[in-house]
Structures are given as C-alpha cells and as structure tokens.
Ligand binder design. Structure first.
Ligand code: ADP
Length: 366
C-alpha cells in the first residue's frame, strides 16, 4: 500500500495506461478465443446445410483458421501494445516536462526572483494553472515593490528628524551648547514629528492592506460637518482664512463609518487651513445620483498641474523642505484616499497654483 502511495506521477500515469491496455488486450484475446472458433464452426455448418461438401477438409479449415487467428492476434497485440505504450510514454513525458518546468519556476519565484512567470501551455488545464499562478505572482510582485518603496521612503523620512535630534544632543553632550528651553522645544518638536510619522505609517499600512475596520452605518453627516467647522474656526488666527459651511441642511443619509469620515474631513480641512495663509475655505455638500459629495475648497497656495497626479501618493509633498517645517508628513492624503475607497467612495482634486484647491469626495447613499 505504502509503495503505491509513494509512486511518482510518471509511474502512476504509465501504470494506469498499462492496466487499461492489458485489460483491453486480454478481453479481446479471451473473448475472440472463446467465440471466434465457435462462430467459424457455425459458419461451416451453415455452408454444409446449403449443400457444400466440407467433410474431408473441415478439420484442416478449422486448423487453418486457428493458425491465422493466432498470427493476426500476435501481430495486432504487438503493434497495438507498442503504439499504445509509445503514445502513453509520450503523453506522460509532455505532462512531466510541463510539471518540472513549473516546479523550477515556482522555486525560482519562492527564492525571490519575483519577475519569473510561467509560459503559456497548449494543455488547457496547465494554461489555466499558469494564468492563475502568473496573476498571483503579479500581485505578490506588486506588494513586494510597494513594501520596498515604503521602507525606502520611511527611512528617508525618519532620517531627517533623527539627524536634527542627534545634532542637538551631540552639541549638548560636548558642552558646545548650553541647555536652554529653545533647544528642548526643538527636540520636542522633532520627537512629535517622529511620533506622528510612526502613527500615520501604521494607519496607512493598515488602510492599504484593508485591515482598518470600517463600521458602515446609515448616518447623517450634517451634525459632524457643523461641529468640525466650529472646532476648526476656533483655531483660526485673526489674520488667517475664514471657514464657511455651505450645506442645504437636510442632507441625505449616507452609508459610512462616522469616525472614518471625521478622519477624512480633519485631514482635508486641516490641509486647507495649513495651505491657505489668508482667504476663504468653504466646506459644502451636495447630492449627485447615488452619492453625497463633500467639497473642501480653498483660496490657498494651490498645487501645480504637474504635481496634481501625485498628491495622493504617500510621502509626496509639493515642497518637501517647507512642508516638513510645517509638520506635514505627506501621508495624510494617501490615508484619506484609502479611507474614502474603503467606504465605497472616491476622491478627486482640482487645483491651480496660487489660486486655490478643491478636494471633493463622495460616499454612497444609504
Ligand atoms: P502633509 O501632511 O504633508 O500635508 P498630505 O498627504 O496631507 O501630507 O498632503 C500632501 C501634499 O499635498 C502636501 O504636502 C501639500 O504639498 C499638498 N496639499 C495638500 N492639500 C493641499 C491644499 N489644500 N492646498 C495646497 N497644497 C495641498
């Protein structure tokens, strides 16, 4: 039993073909051995009944028939078995060749050669298997390249605050710098930046992997919009921009997670305030077919047309050094996009440099 279980696929295929062939040949030989002479004798009797005189040669005729039968059976078994054996060997070889090729390629893939793919096969089942494997390989390669990008972006982003902090600490340790509140404030700022970066990254990686729990329920966004606008207005400076809510009041109910929508709005309104030194920020809502659109429009610094396609990419910032000082991590919009999409909506941006930006996102109606 164990021996059969450990047989290779080639042996199994060959054995199964051999069994089919032996059974076929044996049944042919046995059946014709039993019935053919009887049929022949019956045929002779039929001829005799029609008046033919076969008495003297009957024995010889039967012997001749048996000899002819044996010879033809021998040759047909020989030719049939050789052809069937050869064909079965050829089919086994073709299947095995494909399988060992697949094994080699999957091993290369597992060893880290993520660009290897299975070639298409002329056997439909293998073709389907190659197609499924190649699709899986595409998605793994994609995840792998995003992981590499993320690590390289992350190290780049972490290096700046770490270098600044190390610089200050070395100065303090060498006695070149007297400890003073200014230095500690700067150190606290850099530490906070690191903290925010790590938190944002954790949130982004969860959102990108689809692990952020979304508890979508039918909700009315009007109270949330009102409370957020009031809260942000309190933080605006005298000479800063104004913040206004334009909403019809009776907003249709959407299917969304209120905490995630709040996170999206905080990111977008926060950005609008950050990048609008003076002027106006308008938050508005309107219904369009099966969606509710929320728009955050500002008259701030705007984004150049060339930069617009990149705004939702992680770590992307229009002006890296300036935004770093502003405390921006370049992750906010990437998280925002994930959060909108996880709730079945989409997000768009229009902007003109030195004129202003308009971010709008939609959520499905309940
Ligand atoms: P950050 O934390 O740097 O603001 P975001 O992902 O939220 O990161 O934004 C990415 C970049 O997009 C910002 O650094 C900024 O250059 C640009 N940006 C986002 N919102 C606005 C806006 N309302 N006006 C102008 N530029 C914006």
């Amino acid at each position: 039993m164990y021996r059969i279980k450990s047989l290779s696929l080639a042996s199994r295929l060959f054995l199964s073909h051999l069994v089919v062939m032996v059974v076929g040949v044996a049944s042919l030989v046995v059946m014709s051995r039993i019935f053919s002479p009887q049929f022949f004798v019956l045929h002779l009797q039929h001829l005799e009944s029609r008046g033919m005189r076969l008495v003297g040669i009957r024995g010889e005729l039967v012997q001749g028939f048996e000899l002819a039968w044996r010879r033809s059976t021998f040759w047909s078994v020989l030719v049939g078995a050789t052809t069937a054996g050869g064909l079965s060997w050829w089919v086994c070889q073709r299947i095995l060749q494909r399988l060992s090729e697949m094994e080699k390629i999957t091993q290369e893939f597992a060893a880290g050669k993520f660009d290897t793919r299975l070639p298409p096969s002329d056997i439909p089942e293998f073709r389907q298997l190659s197609y499924s494997f190649n699709r899986m390989a595409d998605s793994i390669q994609n995840i792998e390249s995003r992981r590499r990008d993320l690590i390289s972006d992350m190290s780049h982003e972490l290096r700046t605050p770490l270098t600044v902090m190390r610089g200050y600490l070395e100065e303090l340790a060498d006695g070149n710098q007297e400890p003073n509140p200014q230095i500690y404030i700067q150190l606290i700022r850099e530490t906070k930046r690191l903290e925010r970066l790590v938190n944002d990254l954790q949130e982004l990686s969860k959102a990108e992997a689809g692990y952020l729990p979304i508890q979508a329920k039918p909700i009315n966004l009007q109270p949330l919009l009102v409370s957020l606008v009031i809260k942000f207005r309190e933080q605006l400076l005298e000479d800063g921009p104004t913040l206004e809510l334009q909403s019809p009041g009776n907003l249709p109910v959407v299917m969304a997670d209120i905490d995630r929508v709040e996170q999206i709005l905080i990111n977008l309104i926060g950005n609008a305030i950050r990048y609008t030194p003076a002027g106006k920020i308008i938050v508005s809502a309107h219904r369009d077919k099966n969606y509710l659109w929320i728009t955050i429009e500002d008259t701030g610094i705007g984004i150049a047309a060339d930069d617009l396609p990149h705004v939702f990419e992680r770590f992307w910032r229009a002006d890296k050094s300036r935004d770093r000082n502003f405390g921006g991590t370049g992750i906010g919009l990437a998280i925002t996009k994930c959060l909108v999409e996880l709730q079945g909506g989409k997000i768009e941006v229009e902007s003109q440099l030195n004129v202003g930006s308009k971010f709008r996102f939609c959520l499905p109606l309940a």
